[in-house]
Design a protein around this ligand. Structure first.
Ligand code: CA
Length: 482
């Protein structure tokens, strides 16, 4: 076996071997000894820490991947994650908009526990104070303490002030932007939200999605010899609608211009995910790398021509179209290939799942709302991992217990849906099931009573709705305690 082949073989087993280990091994001499040492190394590596990559798409429609039935935009690389891993068919994010979902994702906690209920935007507190509260512990903090190299590539959206920078939140490396959206074409489109490498602005010349892919691939290459955590947060397919020119020809048959642009943006991201997977294969890290893929919220069809079929409504709402998302976990070494898992799961689960896989300790001084999904993904746990799930963004709220879902919309009466028979939330059963409505309303009020007030309010009309909501929540809580 040549040194190169030996290296690639061992990477295929463990992925975390340093080059000097091989050289020492090769220097050990006799072939028999070499084989025995290889065997011992293989056994030891059976427990090797996996690499962890969390890929977040932005504002992706539920129906806009091949494995969810998309016909007009091929997504072969995202689909390959499902074919080689487990697809969660009842998967949610913890908020129907960007920043709060990310706050929940990186902490494993309902973000309303620490007041990160809304997107940044309100003027009630200084803009410099808006960000993931410094009291929170991130997944990067936990993995870094467990020996991982950590990096963010893409959209941060957890605070613009230097105190909230990824470097202050457990990440060693950062390439991307701190705000909520970004031009794909002009790195200086917004002087307050520049493309940064670390803390320095860079004049990026590539289409932004391709630049993020380039940086993600380079991160993997740089850290191939140690366990790493890469938080790859594409801003695709969030507006602005800037076409990836190289894919325009592929979608000439899509008549709607916005959908055609969206298709090129999605293709660029899917191709980027393909490049990431290819680099994992080339470096021998593929089998022992966990790759999560999800969207941060439902699609907003009016803004980006995304498609949430068959789900009701869109981004910003507590209906399924706002919070139910594509969610896949691939980890060839530990997770079965091509399976689906149907009990409800939530983006908060990524934190404890990744920590468990890494052998990292969870923070003991706070409630972690997520659960370890590995026993579910591995088919060892057939029961519902979450008894009940909650959502709230101002007056909008929802509860899911089993197949029942209570929705408290922005205005009007509370609704009840049977998702087992009505995934599209077409038939409100609240009038037929008053006891169930009361039970779930009480559970929601009890959960809300344990949350923190929002640290900031959204701007404009959203702010007014939020204030109404807080009054309404107080009324509900009083009613439930009577
Ligand atoms: Ca989003």
């Amino acid at each position: 076996m040549s040194e190169k082949n030996a290296e690639s073989e061992m990477r295929a087993w463990g992925g975390q071997i340093r080059r000097r280990d091989f050289l020492a091994l090769l220097g050990a001499g006799a072939a028999g000894l070499f084989a025995r040492r290889l065997h011992a190394l293989e056994a030891a590596l059976g427990a090797g820490k996996p690499n962890i990559i969390v890929i977040v798409a932005d504002d992706l429609g539920y129906a806009d991947i091949g494995v969810h039935g998309c016909k007009d935009i091929p997504t072969p690389n995202i689909d390959s994650l499902a074919k080689n891993g487990v697809r969660f068919t009842n998967a949610y994010v913890s908020c129907p908009v960007c920043s709060p979902t990310r706050a929940g994702l990186v902490t494993g906690r309902y973000q309303q526990r620490f007041g990160h209920e809304f997107n940044p935007g309100g003027t009630q507190i200084a803009a410099s104070e808006i960000g993931l509260p410094l009291s929170e512990i991130t997944l990067a903090n936990v993995l870094k303490a467990s020996g991982y190299s950590t990096g963010v590539v893409g959209k941060w959206h957890l605070g613009m002030d230097p105190k909230f920078h990824p470097f202050k939140r457990g990440f060693d490396e950062f390439f991307g932007f701190l705000g909520g959206s970004h031009s794909y074409l002009d790195p200086r489109a917004d002087s307050a939200n520049l493309i940064l490498r670390g803390t320095e602005s860079v004049d990026e010349t590539e289409y932004l999605t391709d630049a993020l892919t380039r940086e993600a691939v380079a991160f993997i290459t740089r850290h191939r010899s140690e366990p790493f955590f890469l938080y790859l947060t594409y801003n695709a397919v969030h507006a602005p609608m800037h076409a990836a020119q190289k894919y325009l020809g592929r979608f000439a048959n899509i008549a709607d211009q916005k959908r055609r642009t969206y298709a090129t943006m999605l293709s660029a991201m899917d191709g980027g995910i393909g490049a990431v997977l290819a680099r994992l294969r080339q470096t021998g890290l593929y089998d022992n790398t966990m790759v999560f893929f999800l969207s941060d919220n439902g699609g907003p069809p009016a803004a980006n021509a995304s498609n949430n079929f068959p789900l009701k409504a869109s981004k910003g709402t507590a209906y399924e179209g706002g919070i139910r998302v594509p969610f896949i976990l691939q980890w060839p070494r530990r997770v079965p290939r091509g399976k689906t898992y149907d009990h409800p799961v939530i983006s908060l689960d990524i934190f404890p799942t990744a920590a468990a896989a890494a052998g990292a300790r969870l923070p003991a001084d706070r409630i972690i709302d997520g659960v370890d999904l590995l026993p579910c993904a591995a088919g060892q746990k057939g029961t519902n991992p979450h008894g009940i799930l909650f959502w709230r963004m101002g007056e909008r709220a929802a509860v899911r217990k089993g197949n029942w879902k209570l929705v408290r919309p922005a205005a009007g009466r509370t609704e009840l849906y049977d998702l087992a028979n009505d995934m599209s939330e077409t038939t409100d059963l609240a009038a037929q099931k008053p006891d169930l409505v009361q039970q779930l309303t009480r559970a929601l009020a009890d959960w809300e009573s344990r949350l923190s007030p929002p640290l900031w309010q959204p701007g404009g009309q959203a702010a007014q709705r939020a204030r109404q909501s807080s009054l309404r929540q107080r009324r509900l809580l009083l009613a439930s305690r009577r």
